[in-house]
Ligand binder design. Structure first.
Ligand SMILES: Cc1cc2nc3c(=O)[nH]c(=O)nc-3n(C[C@H](O)[C@H](O)[C@H](O)COP(=O)(O)O)c2cc1C
Length: 372
């Protein structure tokens, strides 16, 4: 696994871990990979605390951050809507459908003073404060999802020696990122958890590797064991970028009800749905996704209206899923098809060690096969 990107970034293994949990990010960096903290949804103030904690935990090991920078969203042609305009754009019928859904499943209301999770800001200008903050810390990588990073972010990365990466779900996305001047491209296939396109990892990775050569590519989507790591390198990727595999680790802050569902799920139990964010994102199938798929019901709204519409409903579900059967049926979260192989809670370190060991065994087996 001694690839150029691993050498350039001082990594023992080119295993990149996307996660929203600081403990997972730190544990991966400490185990020889690169923890990448998803910072969409953080305020600059809250993020400073998380990054300081990670840096204290990992010492001089490298880590990175990831931002959602959607190129297209409702109102993107005019720089986005402000908060009051957003509410006006949510149809009353959608609110009624959602109220009715939660009532049918018997999900209790929240107390009046309950604080809802922060919404993520769309539009790069609105994320400036967060971007300024991450560049003031000791990051080795900054990644952008759902669109190419703006030129000022790339220039800032170059000036500070921070690698700028971008996720691509098609070869066209990858070409656009290459033209923008990124240092690294994550080719993420259909089977991935979270926002995803429709081209499979096995097809996408070599296509992207050829299209953007000599820019290094990481393979993402459906990678959860060492054979898949070996396959990714065989496709021309210089490393792997995994998300789902960390969600059932000891360190992950995944909601316990959802973690249990993940441990029992098969690889057929996920669906690409716009019901959480307004853009197609792979997640666990549940009564929630079924309700939004029903043609009798309203279609999900575009980003960022859908997350705003469902924010309170999701908080009601997540806070009561451990004690309310209706909320438990609705509860779900982003996860990829590899969920079918996540059957046991393990430490982050043992996940990394198993990926590496199985990769080594696979390479040995292939050598034996080649020798005949
Ligand atoms: C729970 C979850 C949330 C995600 N959120 C983001 C995100 O905010 N930004 C991003 O670039 N990718 C996000 N992703 C996608 C990951 O970066 C990664 O590409 C994907 O998980 C790889 O496929 P896998 O899930 O099969 O490992 C998310 C994935 C998961 C599972």
């Amino acid at each position: 696994m001694n690839t150029q990107i691993a050498r350039d970034m001082g990594l023992e293994f080119p295993i990149f871990a996307f996660t929203h949990c600081r403990d997972v990010a730190a544990a991966v960096s400490k185990a020889g990979g690169l923890g990448v903290l998803g910072v969409a949804g953080h305020s600059a103030k809250a993020l400073a605390i998380e990054l300081d904690w990670i840096e204290k935990e990992i010492g001089d090991k490298p880590y990175g951050v990831d931002l959602l920078m959607p190129a297209r969203f409702a109102g993107s042609d005019r720089g986005g809507f402000d908060e009051s305009q957003l509410d006006e754009r949510i149809p009353a019928g959608h609110k009624e459908f959602l109220d009715d859904l939660l009532q049918r499943y018997g999900v209790p209301k929240l107390a009046d003073n309950t604080k809802l999770p922060r919404e993520f800001a769309v539009g790069t200008e609105r994320q400036r404060e967060v971007i300024d903050l991450v560049f003031s810390r000791n990051i080795s990588l900054i990644a952008s999802a759902l669109g190419p990073p703006p030129s000022w972010m790339i220039e800032r990365g170059q000036a500070q020696g921070v690698k700028v990466a971008a996720l691509a779900g098609t070869v066209e996305h990858a070409r656009r990122h290459a033209e923008a001047g990124v240092d690294l491209i994550v080719a993420q296939g259909y089977e991935a958890g979270g926002h995803t396109g429709t081209v499979s990892t096995l097809v996408l990775v070599p296509e992207v590797v050829d299209a953007v050569d000599p820019i290094p590519v990481l393979a993402a989507g459906g990678i959860g064991n060492g054979r898949q790591v070996a396959a990714s390198l065989a496709l021309g990727a210089q490393g792997v970028w995994c998300g789902s595999v960390w969600l059932t680790t000891e360190e992950a802050e995944t909601d316990p009800v959802v973690k249990e569902k993940f441990l029992k799920a098969s690889s057929s139990d996920t669906v690409r749905s716009r019901s959480l964010t307004g853009k197609p994102a792979r997640q666990l199938r549940s009564a929630w996704t079924e309700a939004w798929e029903d043609p009798e019901n309203p279609d999900p709204l575009p980003m960022p209206l859908q997350p705003r519409l469902i924010r309170e409903a999701q908080a009601r579900i997540n806070r009561t899923a451990h004690k309310n059967p209706g909320a438990e049926e609705l509860a779900n979260y982003f996860v990829g098809q590899i969920v079918g192989s996540l059957n046991q809670v393990k430490s982050v370190r043992s996940v990394v060690e198993e990926l590496v060991q199985e990769y080594a065994d696979t390479m040995e087996r292939l050598d034996e096969w080649a020798e005949g």
